[in-house]
Write a protein of this length. Structure first.
Length: 65
């Protein structure tokens, strides 16, 4: 299915946030994920579906001021 990840269209096979993170090789480290501008808590990644056309943002925390 076609989704937008961090502004780039991608063809993915994942159907959940956790599967998407594995597919994109984002398993080590800390990440925040938003689907269609709604943040998905990490504890809900397994049960949160990814659908065709979704806009997904994957962010890493940065230290700064």
């Amino acid at each position: 299915m076609l989704v937008t990840v961090n502004g780039e269209q991608r063809e993915i096979s994942a159907t959940s946030v956790s599967a998407l993170m594995q597919e994109l090789d984002c398993t080590a480290g800390h990440y925040a994920v938003a689907i269609n501008y709604d943040v998905v808590p990490r504890g809900k990644w397994d049960e949160t579906a990814v659908s065709a056309g979704d806009e997904i943002e994957i962010l890493t925390p940065r230290q700064g001021g």
